[in-house]
Design a protein around this ligand. Sequence first.
Ligand SMILES: C[S@@+](CC[C@H](N)C(=O)[O-])C[C@H]1O[C@@H](n2cnc3c(N)ncnc32)[C@H](O)[C@@H]1O
Length: 230
Amino acid sequence: MERITQRIDPKAIVRDGYNACADVYAPRRAEDDADQIIPLLGVLPEGSAVLDLGCGAGVPIARALSERYRVTGVDISEAMVRLAEVNVPEARFELGDVSGLVLAENAYDAVVAIFMLFHLPRDEHGRLFERVWAWLRPGGYFLVSLTKDRTEPYIKHDFFGNDMYWSKLSFSDTMELLEGVGFEIVRERILGHGYGEQYVEKDEQHPLTLVRKPPAATAAPTPNEASNVV
Ligand SMILES: C[S@@+](CC[C@H](N)C(=O)[O-])C[C@H]1O[C@@H](n2cnc3c(N)ncnc32)[C@H](O)[C@@H]1O
């Protein structure tokens, strides 16, 4: 692990890392069981509009979501988007940084972000939550995997043989941000490492949280103190 001591471009490191490993990463990720994630969205009627932030190669998440919902996936890696288009032809995919997305307000019934937030600089997390709130219709859901512990941003050189950037807030800091934006907590559970059963040596725990924009919510919230937790 390398502590960051000089100016770097985190987005370029993430994009280049996934571009380089997409063909190796995608089949391993595809072995994971999306069933432990999707039931959390079983509350949504069929045909609902779902936005998948950091959708990767579309397997297993966008593929499973597409069995019931109209899915739009967004990812910063060209190679991942290309794979997603092949893996899940019924969904729509776009290349982009989730922090720079311009989308219609009140347009989505749910937004999901699975194993993505830890690649986003943590001072962007609060702003992303505010934007997710704006994209969701009142009563819409946000399903997001979080991290347990806060760490200083770091680069590790072992992500499928490539550099990768990580930036993590503690679980409680992130929940504070989500609640500060106005989200209501619906359900929580713990996810494992995300690569299927045979990788038992990887002992990871990722809190998975389902929150909701209250049905009566109208305007986007004004930034508050909670948004400044970094
Ligand atoms: C660990 S993979 C998870 C992919 C997918 N969500 C899944 O569960 O299989 C993280 C994905 O997030 C994407 N990503 C990371 N930072 C991003 C950003 N700022 N904007 C868009 N995509 C991003 C990466 O390119 C990568 O495909």
